[in-house]
Write a protein that binds this ligand. Structure first.
Ligand code: C2E
Ligand code: MG
Ligand code: MG
Ligand code: MG
Length: 283
């Protein structure tokens, strides 16, 4: 029919026929195709990790890295996680993708521990969907620690504040169970959610990562400066570590230094880089 289009999609080796008529949102079709592509990309090992150094501002040393996923697409080149993580979260593909990220990052960490520096740390982003699969996720983390042989003290799991707002008690229990495996928990993009303080009180959080939006105008907004200052004091009182995200220039760094910032991450030091380039920072 004139208003009907058909698409063949290969799924796990099987051909599937999708009949698209115009009652279906164009958006829906795009999502079906993108979802299928993510599935294939996982099978074809098209995902890669880059690592962004996390710097101790006082010593200037690299203390760890944040693993950030990218999709190395045959035709489109490098695709940013902002383009596919939300969909992968919706469709559930984040579960296998997240597992791949965790395992790959831990294997890389193990290699660095053996060849470069045994104290270096690794931060891995974890999505709410992964945490919701409570027992499965805890088991996955356990398995990865065992299989790779890393010291769990060097592994840090980053969860965003919005994650903590979802199914509160369950998520808290999951984070607690993860802590018992020896890993650390960071709250990512801190300050952008709604119930930050409550979670600092009830949950065993090791680190808050102060969102880039505060850091980026810390030099010219009194409001942002006040917020950063207060967050640093709060963290100090609670004996929580801080990482300032998105430091892009020296003025921002100096301002953060004067507010007693401990660790930082940003383009001023380095963008996310390949594992090979990352070695330079460890050395
Ligand atoms: P995030 O976890 O907050 O990661 C920090 C993001 O800020 C990264 O973007 C990084 O490249 C960027 N960034 C770092 N320093 C600067 C700076 O100085 N200036 C600016 N403008 N940006 C800076 P990226 O790699 O595009 O990742 C975006 C988001 O995608 C991440 O935010 C995280 O929420 C998500 N993501 C990335 N990898 C994964 C993953 O493996 N799993 C999950 N669940 N989410 C991931
Ligand atoms: Mg992060
Ligand atoms: Mg962040
Ligand atoms: Mg962010």
């Amino acid at each position: 029919k004139a208003d009907t289009a058909m698409y063949y999609i290969k799924d796990r080796g099987k051909d599937n026929l999708i009949v698209y008529d115009h009652s279906m949102e164009e958006d829906t079709l795009k999502r079906v195709i993108l979802d299928d592509n993510i599935r294939k990309a996982l099978a074809n090992e098209e995902f890669i990790l880059q690592y962004q150094p996390i710097i101790n501002v006082k010593s200037g040393e690299t203390v760890g890295f944040e693993a950030l996923v990218r999709w190395h697409h045959e035709q489109q080149g490098i695709i940013s996680p902002a383009e596919f993580i939300p969909l992968a979260e919706e469709t559930g593909l984040i579960i296998p993708l997240g597992e791949w990220v965790l395992k790959t990052a831990c294997l890389q960490l193990k290699e660095w521990h053996e060849k470069e520096d045994s104290r270096i740390r690794m931060s891995v982003n974890v999505s709410v969907r992964q945490l919701q699969q409570r027992q499965t996720f805890i088991q996955t983390v356990k398995d990865v620690i065992e299989e790779t042989g890393i010291d769990p003290q060097c592994l840090d799991l980053e969860v965003t504040e919005t994650v903590l707002m979802e199914s509160e008690q369950d998520i808290m229990d999951t984070l607690q169970a993860l802590r018992e495996l020896g890993v650390s928990i960071s709250i990512d993009d801190f300050g952008t959610g709604y119930s930050s303080m409550k979670h600092l009180k009830t949950c065993a959080i090791n680190t808050i990562k102060i969102d880039r939006s505060f850091v980026s105008d810390v030099t010219h907004s009194n409001q942002s400066r006040a917020i950063v200052k207060s967050l640093m004091l709060l963290a100090q009182q609670l004996k929580i570590n801080t990482v300032s995200e998105g430091v892009e220039n020296e003025e921002q760094l100096n301002r953060l230094l004067s507010e007693n910032c401990q660790e930082t991450q940003g383009f001023y030091f380095s963008p996310p880089v390949s594992a090979e380039e990352a070695k330079r920072f460890i050395k």
